[in-house]
Structures are given as structure tokens and as C-alpha cells.
Design a protein around this ligand. Sequence first.
Ligand SMILES: *Cc1c(COP(=O)(O)O)cnc(C)c1O
Length: 378
Amino acid sequence: MADGRGGPEPTAIRAGAILTIDLEAIKENYRRLRQELRPVTCAAVVKADAYGLGATRVAPALAKAGVRTFFTATLDEAIAVQTALEKTRPSADIFVLNGAGAGPAEDFIAYGLMPVLNSLGELETWSAAARAAGRVLPAVLHADTGMNRLGLPPAELDTLAADTNRLAGIELRYVISHLACAEESGHALNGLQLRRFEAARARLPSAPGSLANSSGIFLGADYHFDLARPGAALYGVNPTPDRPNPMSQVVRLQGKILQSREIDAPQGVGYGAIHRVAGGTRVATVAVGYADGYLRSLSDQASAWIGDRKVPVIGRVSMDLITLDISDVPAEDAHVGALVDLIGPRQDLDALAGSAGTIGYEILTALGARYHRLYLGG
Ligand SMILES: *Cc1c(COP(=O)(O)O)cnc(C)c1O
């Protein structure tokens, strides 16, 4: 990383922590999922700014690897991705999961974006928009098969199946549903949702189907249909939590040591003095806190790594800082300015999430805005 004067990038010097995002690893993960899915098409879910990693960098990298179908949650996310993909040929399809109510139909049409229709009301909105535009408009139809969150509930599906004229003016690009328990491969709801999805498709005008998210891909070919919709697995989260992670790690988070001290008598460290140390303890203070998405629930729970030495996070995580017990680390490895691995080769995303009592998804989407972001490849 060099600027015009040949030194390191100034923001890297000033930042308290460096977040490295490996776009090549994301592309590798996409190829790995495609191999699992062959010959079925693989889309990419890039909602929530590509799970916090930066959709305008991630989407073009995935497009280079061959992705032509993207899903976002909101219309603004879709517009940002569309703009970032302007030069992609053939152009990409971008679907908005939050539906036709996510924004004015004119905006969808102006940007060439497509809603995932989640209710009869949205179907009516989109059909009316097609009538007003004087042309057929493409969209996805979402049938709820047991998640009870978004999508046409069973009674609305009955109404639609009995009167498919409600689809007038709508080109059905896909019929989709979403699995509630895919990461638990033995969960009974998986098979039930699969059968309900097959039944729903049989009652609707013929259209390609899509059911599997990241974990759904690993439930087997029955779940693949015509298109898979992974998000998390692309970004390194383990889609098969009861087995070793088949995905490559994408993020590395390194915090800088701001200060270190020797504590020579028993004392508390940090807010609330919840962690007491004996005399003869060395403590390092690192410039990452809950304002950066290093969750407060990691207080007195997590570990960091200095080289190949594991160091415990002691005391409370505060807004901008954490404290580590570095008593076992040689002083030359834990000097002011040294980088400490918070997510890295010795502790992956899921391991840190486990220490916080949460999932990798939440750690990723909480990653803060103060990090110096370093993108590899693309
Ligand atoms: C978020 C989402 C996905 C992607 O799920 P992952 O578990 O991240 O792979 C797919 N489909 C729908 C409808 C979603 O909301």
C-alpha cells in the first residue's frame, strides 16, 4: 500500500485497525458453490452492503467470476449494485427481496430492477405498474413454505392458484421460497418446506424455481432447483456448522496496540473492574471497540492472537478499546503499533462469533466504518 510519496497509505497509518477483505477468496467460494451445484446456476446475495464487506467492491468481483443474478434487501442497495455493475456484459439481473413495496414502481423500472413479490397486494401493485407502463414487467414470486416471514402465505397462494389472471402483465422469472432451518441438516422442517415448495410450483404457471440459501446448497441436489441464492458462504461463514468449513476465509481484522503497561499489584482492568489481574501482569490496549462492531458480549470472553500466541481479551469491551493480557508475549512482539489478529488465520469469523454467542452473519454485518479497508484482488 503506497501513496504518491512512497509511504504507507495515510489512512492505514491513522486507523486503529485494518480490515482486509479478500475478493479472490470470495470468487473462490463462488466457484466452490458452483461445483456443489453443477449444473444449476448460482446467484449471489449482496444485501446489507454484501454482509458488511462493501457491495460496490464485492458485486463487480463476483460478476468477473461469472455471477449474473444478484439479490439485495432494499431498493437503494439494488441501485448501488446496479451502478457498480454498469459495465458488466451481459448485464446482471438484480432482484429486491423486500418486495414491490420497497420503493416506487417507477424507480424499479427506471433502474431496470425487479421486485420479489411477497403478497397478493404486491402482485396487484406490480401488475398495475405493467399496465401503466404498457409492457410486461419481470419479477420473482415468493411463496412462504413455513418461514412465516415474507412470501405469499398458503391462503394467498390458494387464491392465486385459482385465479392466475392476477399475474397479468408479469413475467415470472422465478418462483422462490426460503428455508428456515437449512443449517440444521437433520431438521424436519427442511423436507417439509421442500415438499410444500414442489406443491406450490405445481399449482402456478411454469417458472424456474429457487429454494436454497448457503446451507440449503449442502442439503443435496433435491434442494437446488434452477437457481441457488447463497450469501454467507460466499463471505466465509460455514454453511455446514456440524462439519468442517468448506469455504475459504475472506476477512482478517487486525487491531493496533496503542499502549501497554505492567500492573504490579492486584487490580481491576477496564469499566466495572470486572476482570481482576494479579501483580506481574502485562496489559495491552488495542484500538477496537464495540463502536467498530467488536461486540460488547465479547467482554472477558474472546481471544486475540499475536503471531501464534493466543492472548485473552480481559475486562469489558469499551466503545473504542479492548484490553488484552499479554503477560506471555515477548515485549518485542507486543510493542506500541504492533498489529493483533482479532479475526485471522488462528481464529476465523465463526470462532469469534461463537465467543460472542452469535453467528458469523452478525459479526460481518456489524463490521465498523472506522477500519482501514484493504481489498485484495478483485
Ligand atoms: C438472506 C437471504 C438469502 C441468503 O442467505 P444465506 O444464509 O446468507 O446464504 C437467500 N434468500 C433469502 C430470501 C434471504 O433473505
